[in-house]
Design a binder for this molecule. Structure first.
Ligand code: CDP
Ligand code: CDP
Length: 211
């Protein structure tokens, strides 16, 4: 069983994917971390994220980078979105994601192109979304909880720039896959969003079984 969860930054897809993983007893992969690792690795090597050769060279990053706290910052999120437009970077990360998706027993993956490119035959597909204002507020609260005081206007600008880049790139743009259910979490608590996600996935699995 493969469950695909896609959506823009801070929509709540990671939280929902982890809750679904616990509910269905499946392993979960946050694929954004792979693109973030490439973005951070380019930075560390003094490369240019917009140069495809530099970004591709960073794809052989050391897995230790996946544990670095800086990986979660909005700055690295923006770098990730810049390296992820390069087709060769996307191609270099495909097999790792497909191997995870097709492991015995099934898996849950969250990202931007899971239901469209990585696992188009997934048994259930969710597209999680929320308004820009709500998503910026979530990022603000997350940063505040870690003692930072980010500027709200630049958070909103960063998220909008990332949305635009992710949706308009030529390769594997962010879009709602055929057969995916939309879940708008703008006005939902985490508990309510998770309950709705489980109900949507159960209904899709049911339809799948009945063929
Ligand atoms: O957590 P958040 O939604 O802020 O970002 P993320 O999922 O960690 O992804 C960071 C960036 O990586 C995104 O803005 C995308 O440009 C890219 N990405 C992608 O292209 N494809 C994926 N499957 C996952 C992430
Ligand atoms: O993975 P993605 O970037 O889409 O978002 P996330 O990391 O799951 O959620 C971003 C933040 O919003 C986290 O602090 C979540 O706890 C919070 N959140 C929320 O307040 N309400 C929801 N319905 C979902 C997530």
């Amino acid at each position: 069983m493969i469950i695909a969860v896609d959506g823009p930054a801070a929509s709540g897809k990671g939280t929902i994917a982890k809750a679904l993983a616990a509910h269905y007893g499946l392993p979960c992969l946050d694929t954004g971390l792979l693109y973030r690792a490439v973005g951070l690795a380019v930075l560390k090597r003094g490369g240019d994220p917009d140069r495809e050769a530099d970004a591709l060279a960073a794809c052989d990053f050391d897995d230790a980078i996946l544990a670095e706290p800086a990986l979660r910052s909005e700055a690295v999120g923006s770098l990730a979105s810049r390296v992820s437009v390069h087709p060769s970077v996307r191609a270099a990360l495909v097999s790792r994601q497909r191997d995870f998706a097709t492991q015995p027993g099934g898996a849950i993956l969250d990202g931007r192109d899971i239901a469209t490119v990585i696992a188009p035959d997934a048994d259930a597909k969710l597209f999680v979304t929320a308004s820009v204002a709500v998503r910026a507020q979530r990022r603000y609260s997350d940063a505040q909880a870690q003692g930072a005081r980010p500027d709200m206007d630049s958070l909103i600008a960063d998220i909008q720039a990332r949305d635009t880049r992710d949706m308009s790139r030529d390769h594997a743009p962010l879009r709602v896959a055929e057969g995916a259910d939309l879940l708008d979490t703008s006005d939902l608590t985490i508990d309510a969003a998770v309950r709705q996600a489980i109900a949507l996935v159960d209904a899709q699995l049911d339809r799948h079984r009945k063929g």
